[in-house]
Design a protein around this ligand. Structure first.
Ligand code: MEV
Length: 332
């Protein structure tokens, strides 16, 4: 198992001989299984990398200023995080001791934005890797996390670091207060992710929960405490593939997230459809107020019935994450 000290190994500096004519970088999506929102308030959370949904970037030298281009309006025109790509490139050059100029980066992403997949972290991660690759620099995981997190602050104000940690992780992660432990997630089933088609703003959802905590500290504090306790118990279930227990905890998390005001009509419709078709558990994933839901279908249960129910209930995209310790594959 990777430990925190292993993750803190130093980065290798750029070597002029190793620097290439162009650099390439890739970084994947993430899915939060437990602890969104409560993680912002210091509680534990569990997330998994989804390696088959990724962002990619290419970096080349130029005579002009540092610039990042994309044909993808999700990246260039999305309210709230247009500055993340440039910030990721700039922070990486600064880390390498190089001026923030003379590099052109092009980026494309298959990670849908505003859906709880950590799109801004994936885009930032791909850019960090491409700029480092261009200069022949090897950044370790801790360095990549720090650079993605620096760029993420532009997108989310004060992100917990969960998205940035998961986008540089190879396995499931248990995350609390900036400390991360990787472990092999055993689902005991299949995860189906369904898109409400509604763009959710993590920044706004996090601000709404904070405002609720200020208005009703006792009730909201108790809800956040419970989400944290569930995440702690869920890690045990996910280590041994106890899908029934995991599903039950997903349902309870969803009830709490609804009380926190981060669910929506569309989320509730998809959660009800998944449960009605036999899912062991279903909840929103990520910031909420739109975005995706994730449902767990037990081994031997009918995943097709759940996907059909989700489609009939209006899901605009459906992905399936197969039952493996390394949940990297998806199908649409
Ligand atoms: C967003 O993907 C997850 C939140 O918990 C925010 C954060 O962790 O920074 C809602």
């Amino acid at each position: 198992m990777a430990t925190v000290s292993e993750l803190n190994a130093h980065s290798l500096p750029p070597s002029p001989e190793a620097s290439a004519a162009s650099g390439h970088g890739r970084s994947h999506a993430k899915l939060i299984l437990f602890g969104e929102h409560s993680v912002v308030h210091g509680h534990p959370a569990i997330a998994v990398p989804v390696r088959s949904i990724a962002a990619e970037a290419d970096a080349v030298r130029s005579d002009g200023p540092l610039d990042v281009a994309s044909d993808d309006p999700q990246i260039t025109a999305r309210d709230g995080w247009q500055d993340v790509p440039l910030m990721a490139a700039e922070a990486t050059l600064r880390r390498l001791g190089l001026p923030a100029s003379g590099v052109h980066v092009s980026v494309r992403s298959r990670v849908p934005a505003g859906r709880g997949f950590g799109s801004s972290a994936a885009v930032a991660g791909a850019i960090v890797n491409a700029v480092a690759d261009l200069h022949g620099a090897e950044l370790d995981r801790q360095a990549r996390f720090e650079l993605v997190q620096e760029a993420e602050r532009v997108a989310h104000g004060n992100p917990s670091g969960l998205d940035a940690r998961t986008t540089v992780a190879e396995r499931g992660i248990a995350f609390q207060g900036g400390v991360v432990r990787e472990f092999d997630v055993v689902l005991g089933g299949t995860l189906v992710v369904a898109d409400t088609g509604v763009h959710g703003s993590t920044r706004r959802a996090v601000a709404d929960v904070r405002a609720l905590l200020e208005r009703e500290p006792e009730r909201t504090g108790a809800l956040l405490d419970r989400l944290g306790a569930i995440a702690r118990d869920a890690e045990r279930a996910l280590r041994v593939g106890d899908a029934r227990a995991t599903g039950g905890m997903m349902d309870e998390s969803q009830r709490i997230l609804r009380e926190l005001g981060v669910s929506s009509t569309e989320i509730e419709t998809l959660v009800t459809a998944a449960k009605g078709a036999g899912a062991l558990g279903a909840k929103l994933s990520g910031g909420g107020q739109g975005g995706c839901i994730v449902a767990l279908i037990g081994d031997g249960d009918d995943a097709t019935a759940v996907t059909e129910a989700l489609r009939a209930a209006g899901a605009t995209g459906i992905w399936s994450v197969p039952p493996a310790p390394h949940p990297s594959g998806t199908t649409r």
